[in-house]
Design a protein around this ligand. Structure first.
Ligand SMILES: [Fe+2]
Length: 219
């Protein structure tokens, strides 16, 4: 996408800086990239663990729901469109399902950004819930997971295995529209491999979430 590209002095197109850095296997958002202004224009093709990947969705965590609402309002001012939520995930999104463990619930909003990428905003749904504890342990700039678009789920998983990532469930979650698989590396960093139907904007489905969220937090 042209708005992700910058022209160097020689006139050659190069990628804008990634909002993410890797530190000993863990991913962190750069502090100056944790803003609505940055994400509204962020590149989605970035370098990650030595690969050039296409990010499906970035997932920053905010301290609480009020912070997420303010952040959301600013993103909308900048041209983002709310795609999913806001609400308490997953029980307000999939109310017909068996209730989810309350400790694992989250405040959730997703956006389609002006350039077409997806941003998922998370916040603890209650003080000291699992996400709050994880955020306090990992810091304000934690990357709970990053979703990478893939075409062939099993060959992509094999590729990431060779980089030290281990799948968190025996098989990907696949509802026919979204196919998703979480993997974790030696440093505890989780990535999500995602294959979606063209044009889809969902970042979860009620069929997939239980297995995904449970595998993401499994120790
Ligand atoms: Fe995700």
């Amino acid at each position: 996408m042209m708005n992700n590209l910058q022209l160097s002095r020689t006139g050659a197109a190069s990628l804008s800086p990634s909002p993410i850095v890797e530190i000993n296997g863990q991913l962190k958002y750069k502090s100056d990239c944790m803003t609505p202004e940055y994400f509204a224009r962020s590149p989605f093709t970035i370098e990650l663990y030595g690969d050039r990947v296409r990010v499906d969705h970035f997932v920053p965590i905010l301290p609480d729901a009020n912070s997420a609402i303010q952040y959301s309002d600013r993103l909308v001012e900048l041209g983002a469109a709310i795609a999913e939520g806001p609400g308490e995930w997953p029980n307000e999104f999939c109310p017909e399902d068996e209730p989810f463990p309350d400790d694992l619930a989250m405040y959730f909003i997703s956006f389609v950004l002006p350039a077409g990428g997806i941003l998922v905003l998370l916040a603890p749904h209650a003080p000291h819930d699992r996400l709050d504890r994880d955020r306090r342990a990992s810091g304000d700039n934690a990357v709970p997971h990053i979703a990478i678009q893939v075409n062939d789920m099993h060959s992509a998983a094999q590729h990431w295995r060779q980089k030290g990532f281990i799948p968190l469930s025996a098989q990907p979650q696949d509802d026919g529209c979204l196919c998703q698989w979480f993997l974790r590396n030696w440093a505890g960093q989780v990535i999500e491999l995602i294959r979606r139907q063209p044009g889809g904007q969902d970042t979860f489905s009620c069929q997939n979430i239980r297995g995904l969220r449970l595998s993401e937090v499994e120790q």
